[in-house]
Design a protein around this ligand. Structure first.
Ligand code: SF4
Ligand code: FES
Length: 260
């Protein structure tokens, strides 16, 4: 275990600096420490934050100044890596993309923001979930270019129209916001989930790929694409604006009409 440096110990004084123009918000976090807790419980923190701060900044303030044990994933802080999906006021969002000003109470009362881990994946600690079941489903759909025959001697040419067919699904950052907002996934963890289907779509409709049939066979399974009930939660949750439900419908159509 890494020792806490003297500097870090000093920072855990409980005093979060309040910059000029900051407002104090109450942040309720669903905490769970498997070493001491039998179940998750809410803990509240009053945090001074600037309206332009992101929720990720707020979490970092709590971690740096109040409780260094608060656990959550983050990396890029710019909506690129997909690490920090969590439920913010009950909706799956990336903490680095949500501004405090968009959460402030309109009536001037003190704002309370609730933060909980995404659903459907086992919580390991606080906001930190086990992503392995999610990535297992992702790997199962073969999310890579499959090409048989001899290696080409030149690049594989593709028209703009052909590229357009899967443009939307190339934007996925594997944050799991869609899959963990899906009621079917909550109730039946063996469903592949929207993100796996999005990433299958990205290759199924790629004119250079020769593995579409294999992937469609995989998604024709009892736990595959037919489990989708078209609730649109996934599309609403996607921080990249991907039309997730549309992608799932296109995969269903490809299966029904045996045509990509
Ligand atoms: S489709 Fe959107 S919500 Fe789902 S994993 Fe990809 S980026 Fe995240
Ligand atoms: S920290 Fe990378 S997407 Fe939020």
């Amino acid at each position: 275990m890494t020792a806490i440096s003297e500097d870090t110990t000093q920072r855990l004084s409980g005093q979060i600096p309040a910059p000029e123009g900051s407002v104090t918000i109450t942040v309720k976090i669903l905490r769970f420490n498997p070493e001491v807790d039998t179940e998750a419980h809410w803990e509240s923190y009053d945090v001074p934050a600037l309206p332009t701060d992101r929720v990720l900044n707020v979490l970092m303030s709590i971690k740096n100044y109040v409780d260094g044990t608060l656990s959550f994933r983050r990396s890029c802080a710019h909506g690129i890596c997909g690490s920090d999906a969590m439920q913010i006021n009950g909706i799956n969002r990336l903490a680095c993309k949500v501004l405090v000003k968009d959460l402030l109470a309109k009536d001037g009362k003190q704002t309370t923001v609730t933060i909980a881990p995404i659903k459907g994946l086992p919580t390991m600690k606080d906001l930190y979930v086990d992503m392995e079941p999610f990535f297992e489903a992702y790997r199962a759909v073969k999310p890579y270019l499959i090409a048989y025959g001899n290696e080409p001697t030149r690049e594989r040419i593709q028209s703009q129209a052909d590229r357009e067919r899967f443009d939307d699904t190339t934007k996925c950052i594997l944050c799991a916001a869609c899959t963990s907002s899906c009621p079917v996934y909550w109730n039946d963890g063996s469903y592949f989930g929207p993100a796996a289907i999005v990433n299958a779509h990205r290759f199924i409709f790629d004119s250079r790929d020769e593995g579409s049939e294999e992937r469609l066979d995989i998604l024709n399974d009892a736990e595959g694409v037919w489990r989708c009930r078209t609730t649109f939660n996934c599309t609403d949750a996607c921080p990249r604006g991907i039309q997730v439900t549309k992608a799932i419908q296109e995969v269903k159509r490809a299966l029904l009409f045996k045509r990509v």
